[in-house]
Design a protein around this ligand. Sequence first.
Ligand SMILES: [Zn+2]
Length: 123
Amino acid sequence: MSDIPNLLAKTGKWHVNTAWLSQRAGHKCEYCGLDFFASVSSYKSFQIDHIVPVSKGGDPDSNDNKAVACKTCNVDLKSRWNPKDRCNSDDRNQLIEAVRSYIKERELFYLAEIQIMKKIVFG
Ligand SMILES: [Zn+2]
């Protein structure tokens, strides 16, 4: 196994498990692909999501139920949405795919809202 998570944890900035989760994800949001090292705002948007929300019965401790996600995907788009509402599987990859699909729908909703705002501002 790679030593990178331990080296990241040695900086004192990340817990070793957080570093391991980030390493597993290639240091990118598992939902939209945002590269956490691309900019300060990307780096600061790093969060750990519970794929199946703890409030909906998701395991709070299992790494299988954790995904690294940007704040926009985790808080603004996914929120407490439960992928098991749409995906009849416990497979982590399939649950993540359901979240990606849901997030794309939510993005379209917001893009339509942005168009309305732009029309008001710019005519
Ligand atoms: Zn994202």
